[in-house]
Design a binder for this molecule. Structure first.
Ligand SMILES: Cc1cc2nc3c(=O)[nH]c(=O)nc-3n(C[C@H](O)[C@H](O)[C@H](O)COP(=O)(O)OP(=O)(O)OC[C@H]3O[C@@H](n4cnc5c(N)ncnc54)[C@H](O)[C@@H]3O)c2cc1C
Length: 494
């Protein structure tokens, strides 16, 4: 039996941040990772790497990455003030986000970026995906001008290096199965290590083992019928183990257990994420096109806002359609605006020179209805409003349902490209209830469970129905750091 002051379950971003923060307090730290070293890193490793945090000036951004005076002079970074970030969280979650937790997330978001940098993470300007040159100036849109270099995989590598330097032990192929709990406090973890049962003792245990997104039985049970059919965008190891272990000893479930983050994803992508492809099966440029279901009809407002604020819920809308698929149809004039993920080798795409030639190529779609949908859409587009992809341009449709609120352009210039998507689940929203100061898990009577902490996707109460892009990694880092410090302080006092 091995013993540590603090044991962390998982080895994604939240777990690594928790482990580093605990180690900063001088306690011994061990990590248990279900995956082999090759497959380790959780969903964090699949992440594109954009990160949403509070900034209101170039000086704030300079705490995270170097920006030269020349670069600053030609850039419009916008802002993401505390108020803007909170407003977005509240708006997208229909005012259900936990007031305490969201405040910690937002208030700590800039500090945690600087802390990650101090641990060796490198950040760069997000020029590729959410910025454009406009009249000689670089304009950033979506309030997220910085991403981690190398994406989520890069972030995990930086933190891995920091963990090795800090002397943190990592036990791979070690799947935690239950908590050692004497009815009063948590004292360790039971696990399966390469087919053998093992036990670890600790003064504090931090759960950072992700949600239940990779478990079709739990998806169906909590998210509802049909969710077993979703593709998994990331790791196959997030089976809901951490949540089950905690619920088994009376931890309080919290948040949107029937909700999740899910996006449009290539119809023929593999069952789980592929680290070599990362997030590139996603198709996030639908804001410039039409989403068409098997009946040949539109079913959402593609241009309600920038994709950052709709993509996480539109995957679920695709899942609800007959056959669980949707075609994204684009006209040639927006081709140059499509994100890099539209140009990968593995893509389900058809092209045609006329809409009549395109219609029968849209697998599974009623062609007559599709042509009627396009005719009606083209007639409804406001021609008096100019198109501008860098702002919500208000170029909308009138008189059709659903409306397209922005970036509506008639499908009238061939060739037409169409991409077939289904629903890809990213992570689940339901989690555990924690104390905001320490990350300590509360029981169903809302008392703290001695010795038990939690971070990352396992924290419930932050996201409901929807999610602003770039918040998962920052939330993992913020609550990882909180839980690491809380767990270490308790271990020192034990
Ligand atoms: C394709 C994709 C793109 C994304 N892009 C972005 C982005 O650009 N920006 C952003 O902010 N967020 C993004 N996200 C979301 C983000 O990746 C997650 O919110 C975040 O990584 C979750 O971190 P975590 O540490 O909580 O979980 P994870 O990183 O998933 O880590 C969970 C860990 O627990 C381990 N584990 C599970 N069960 C056990 C067990 N029983 N015992 C031991 N270990 C166990 C897993 O192996 C894994 O190491 C993306 C996600 C995906 C899938």
């Amino acid at each position: 039996m091995q013993q540590y002051d603090v044991i962390v379950i998982g080895k994604g971003n939240a777990a690594l941040c928790a482990a580093l923060a605990a180690r900063d307090q001088g306690v011994s730290v061990g990590m248990l990772e279900a995956a082999s070293e090759d497959e380790s890193g959780g969903n964090s490793r699949f992440a594109g790497g954009v990160m949403r945090f509070v900034y209101s000036s170039v000086d704030d951004l300079r705490r995270v990455t170097d920006i030269s005076d020349e670069e600053a002079a030609i850039s419009d970074f916008g802002t993401n003030t505390r108020e803007e970030f909170l407003d977005k969280l509240y708006q997208l979650t229909s005012y259900r986000t936990d007031a305490d937790l969201s405040e910690v997330l937002v208030n700590e978001s800039l500090d945690v970026m600087a802390w990650l940098r101090s641990k060796g993470a490198r950040f760069v300007l997000n020029t590729g995906r959410q910025s454009s040159m406009v009249n000689g100036r670089r304009v950033y849109f979506g309030n997220m001008p910085i991403e981690v270099s190398g994406g989520g995989a890069g972030l995990v590598q930086y933190l891995d290096k920091a963990a090795a330097k800090a002397g943190i032990d990592i036990h791979y192929e070690t799947r935690a199965t239950s908590l050692v709990f004497d009815g009063e406090s948590v004292q360790g973890v039971r696990a399966q290590q390469r087919g053998k049962p093992v036990e670890f003792r600790a003064k504090s245990v931090i759960l950072a083992a992700g949600g239940f997104e990779a478990n079709p039985e739990m998806r169906t049970r909590y998210l509802g019928p049909g969710w077993e059919l979703a593709k998994v965008r990331g790791t196959r190891f997030n089976q809901g183990d951490g949540l089950k272990m905690a619920l088994d000893i009376g931890a309080a479930p919290y948040g949107n257990w029937s909700g999740c983050h899910a996006t449009g994803w290539d119809r023929y992508a593999p069952e789980f994420g592929d680290v070599n492809v990362g997030d590139q099966f996603q198709k996030h440029s639908y804001i410039f096109g039409l989403l068409i279901n098997a009946d040949g009809k539109r079913f959402v407002d593609e241009g309600w806002d920038f994709h950052s604020f709709t993509y996480a819920k539109y995957g679920g809308e695709v899942l609800k359609q007959p056959g669980q698929f949707a075609w994204q149809v684009f006209v040639s004039k927006v081709k140059n605006l499509l994100r890099s993920e539209y140009r990968i080798k593995f893509v389900t795409k058809v092209t045609a020179n006329t809409l009549e030639e395109l219609a029968p190529q849209l697998e599974g779609v009623n062609p007559e209805n599709f042509l009627k949908t396009v005719r009606d859409f083209n007639a409804a587009v406001r021609k008096d409003v100019p198109f501008d992809h860098t702002v919500k341009d208000g170029k909308c449709t009138e008189g059709i349902e659903p409306k397209k609120s922005n970036w509506a352009q008639a499908l009238d210039t061939p060739p037409y490209d169409a991409y077939m998507t289904t629903c890809g689940i990213t992570f689940t929203f339901g989690g555990l209830r924690i104390d905001r100061e320490t990350g300590q898990v509360l029981n169903v009577h809302l008392n703290k469970i001695p010795g038990l902490y939690c971070a990352g996707e396992m924290v419930g109460g932050l996201f409901y129905f929807n999610y602003p892009s770039g918040t998962g990694l920052v939330s993992g880092a913020v609550f990882g750091r909180v839980a690491g410090a809380g767990a270490a302080a308790a271990a020192k006092n034990a």
